[in-house]
Design a protein around this ligand. Structure first.
Ligand SMILES: C[S@@+](CC[C@H](N)C(=O)[O-])C[C@H]1O[C@@H](n2cnc3c(N)ncnc32)[C@H](O)[C@@H]1O
Length: 284
């Protein structure tokens, strides 16, 4: 089999739930994973025969894609903010919406570039948020919490691989009485209601950790309320609380957070959904 033979197989034979652009992207990602080929290498070496052991790797990617497994779990890698993060079935795959949240946070931090910002991320998964902040803002002192031991193993590996000093803490935030003092508290907690399951792609439902995604329909703000209360007590003066939020619950979020903070800003993501919130000036 040559590189071009595989291209044809990916374009012609992947199931219909991948559109044409996705098929080409998946092919390129498979070539990068198995052969370390860039897109340019793929074009230049189209007629090259592939070694049997590499063919086996590509075949495995192809077969798992047919089973609707996200490519990031197959290659065990996801790009976030230009950094390569290891992912596993214990971690959510980092999303572009979360990159937008990090971008907003960094914009605020850069207003005081010499400040040794004390930052906490709650529900860290791969560690994509705290590690990116530490990489982009080396003066910051960064910690992160997750309840999942398996997710924290991956987050710690990512911090080592990307040479970012982050303190990781295994803790159930819903059972937490109080936090240390921080300038910035961030969270992208579980926020999908069971009633929204019908809108979620099958590959997410089948493969991503439900612990990272779902909340009870009867109390979808459970994490936000707890974290808002903890942040209200523990943020330093002029501290800020940042959330990624459920697009359908922007108004409910505003109402809940406004009981604790005077200033609240909602932002939309790149597809114009309410997706991020900043709160500051705690009500004393
Ligand atoms: C939506 S994921 C976010 C992961 C990562 N921050 C990101 O943006 O890609 C939510 C994370 O919260 C963690 N989590 C769920 N329940 C938790 C709890 N009670 N206490 C702390 N973390 C929790 C999950 O393990 C998961 O890693």
């Amino acid at each position: 089999m040559t590189v071009n033979d595989y291209k044809k197989r990916f374009l012609d034979q992947l199931p219909a739930f991948y559109d044409e652009t996705e098929r080409l992207n998946l092919f390129n990602m498979a070539m990068e994973f198995a052969l370390k080929y860039s897109k340019a290498d793929v074009v230049l070496n189209g007629n090259e025969s592939i070694l049997i052991e590499n063919q086996q790797k590509i075949d495995e990617v192809f077969n798992r894609l047919q089973d609707n497994e996200p490519i990031q779990y197959i290659t065990q890698q996801a790009n976030f903010f230009g950094y390569d993060f290891k992912v596993s079935p214990a971690t959510l795959i980092p999303r572009p919406e979360t990159e937008e949240l990090v971008d907003w946070i960094l914009t605020e931090m850069k207003k005081q570039p010499q400040k040794k910002w004390q930052v906490l991320d709650i529900g860290t998964g791969t560690g994509c948020i705290p590690i990116t902040i530490k990489k982009e803002f080396p003066l910051a002192i960064v910690s992160a919490i997750d309840v999942s031991v398996e997710a924290l193993k991956i987050a710690k590996q990512n911090a080592v691989n990307l040479q970012a000093e982050v303190t990781f803490i295994q803790q159930d935030i819903l059972q937490t009485e109080g936090l240390d003092a921080y300038d910035i508290i961030i969270s992208n907690p579980p926020y999908v209601r069971n009633l929204e399951k019908a809108e979620i792609n099958e590959n997410v439902l089948q493969h991503e950790p439900h612990l990272a995604l779902f909340v009870d329909d009867n109390d979808p703000l459970i994490f936000y309320r707890k974290i808002t209360q903890l942040a209200h007590k523990s943020l330093n003066e002029n501290g800020m609380l940042f959330f990624e939020i459920n697009q359908y619950l922007g108004n409910e979020m505003k109402e809940m957070v406004s009981k604790y903070f005077k200033s609240i800003e909602l932002k939309k993501d790149f597809i114009a959904n309410d997706r991020m919130m900043k709160a500051d000036f705690p009500i004393k």
